[in-house]
Design a binder for this molecule. Sequence first.
Ligand SMILES: *Cc1c(COP(=O)(O)O)cnc(C)c1O
Length: 394
Amino acid sequence: MNLSFSPRDLGDQAADDLFTPVDPSAFNAVSPPIFQTSLFTYDSYEAMEDVFAGRARNFIYSRGDNPTVREFELLVARLEGAEDGRAFSSGTAAITATILSLVEAGDRVVAVRHLYNDVYRLLVKLLGRLGVTVNFIDPSDHDEVRKALPGARLLYLENPSSFVFELQDIVALSAMAQEAGVTTVIDNSWATPLFQKPILHGVDIVIHAASKYLGGHSDTVAGVVVGTKEAIARINSTSYPYIGAKLSPFEAWLLLRGMRTLRVRLKEHERSGLLLADRLKQHPDIARVRHPAFQDHPGRATLSGYAGLFSFDLTPDIDVARFVNALREIRLGVSWGGPETLVVPAKVALQIPDRMTTFIRFGVSEQTVRFAVGLEEPELLWSDLQQALHAARR
Ligand SMILES: *Cc1c(COP(=O)(O)O)cnc(C)c1O
């Protein structure tokens, strides 16, 4: 099996490349085989020794490398313009392994203030216990960021950020980090490599919750991190093997299957998302729509499209519980990126650990609802929203 790989800027070719497996594999099958095996064997002592000593390339054990998983890793790396990648059994595992590959006790992390809730808890709770400190910054306050960076180990971004969809100028922020000798890491799950390629804009390491748009079918939880060969080698040698959160070959296959339709799915999520965001913005029962398209911010420049995930605030005249209970087509549920349209009330989702501080940290109100627009007919979704708003008026 040929695993050679040369990074290149895919640019406009990215979408076409989704249909070309990194390794066409045996018999040029259009869909790759699932190597459902935990281990790989050798013909001789010498052959085994060559592989273990790094003189020959072969697979050893699927907690390390597996061909189906490897194909997924290299596909995401190619789409992001990265040299290498490493997949995990969840986005959170990818984030944990990446951060652990970079920080040591006593180090400091600079992170955007509205980041994914479990990453917030990872940084504050787990890494806090291990002697790592965090500065949460307002990413639009570049003076604040410039002051926080010197001496920090990494800058952690999410463009746009969870729940409030706050934009970040990743070109300016990663340039500042580079100047200060700080590694920039971004969670690019929202935009996917089709709508944002952070490495081309100076970011060092890109992470995806592949559970969302990359998989795209609400049937698997997975994560992936891509970057330079050195960055991935560091993860491979310092955290990945010991965390043990490897991706299964079958799930890698589901992700490869999902990614073959990434381009068409995202176009549809974008179209429906913008249509509904625009109508919600004009609706008298909606106080505010938090969608990157409505923000005049330099962080929009690196986005070549908009995903279907955003949030809105209901006016005080609307009862949140009655609104979500009145929805008929749209369902209540966490996660996003699949075919189903879902809502999550901020009041329910963000109550842990402490409701008020969490709300203040997130900049959301008790009237905020996160909205993941799926692949249904948008007019059907609009009718559902309208009737539920009507039913929920106090
Ligand atoms: C879901 C999510 C994650 C975590 O991914 P899991 O696969 O659920 O661990 C990380 N970042 C963002 C922005 C997410 O939405």
